[in-house]
Design a protein around this ligand. Structure first.
Ligand code: NI
Length: 167
């Protein structure tokens, strides 16, 4: 396993569109294991391959208290998004920034598991938010893209300042 560097907003590579995984093989399983280690280490509750500069449709999520419920979504597709909920979101690519985003309350996601088998999951609450947030990454969207231009400008300025301080 290996820790992977996480791209930081507004890195243009976060805007790349991830390609579907053609075959779930050992290289994908290695990527998943590295992504999981990177997510737990950060620590975060979700990570999309886009964030580690791998432009394939792979997402890892663990919203459990005890960090013992790793979920892996390969080639995920959302269906039946219903209702709405608004919660505060953060992102490992946008460190220290949290803001409210409106999401569907309940979603169904179709995906492949680590053996390449088709699966589906219907869920709501935090896990549903996290799935929508991570799938956004695969489409080149970061949660701050859902905020107003004014907020985005402020966030970019704040992150640039942080980068100077830590550089
Ligand atoms: Ni994120």
């Amino acid at each position: 396993m290996a820790l992977l560097p996480i791209l930081r907003f507004p890195d243009p590579r976060l805007k790349k569109i991830a390609a579907p995984v053609a075959k779930v093989d050992d290289s994908i399983r290695k990527l998943v294991s590295d992504m999981a280690e990177t997510m737990y280490e950060a620590p975060g509750i979700g990570l999309a391959a886009t964030q580690v500069n791998v432009h394939k449709q792979v997402v890892v999520i663990d919203t459990s208290e005890d960090k013992n419920d790793l979920r892996v979504f390969i080639n995920p597709r959302l269906e039946n998004c219903t209702g709405s909920q608004t919660g505060e979101e953060g992102c490992l690519s946008v460190p220290g920034i949290y803001d409210k985003v409106e999401r569907a309350e309940q979603v169904t996601v179709h995906y492949l598991d680590l053996e390449g088998k088709p699966r589906s999951l219907t869920t709501d609450g935090l896990l549903a938010v996290c799935i929508q947030h991570e799938l956004d990454h695969l489409n080149g969207t970061v949660f701050v893209d859902h905020l107003s231009q004014l907020k985005q400008t402020r966030i970019k300025a704040k992150l640039a300042k942080q980068a100077r301080v830590t550089a």
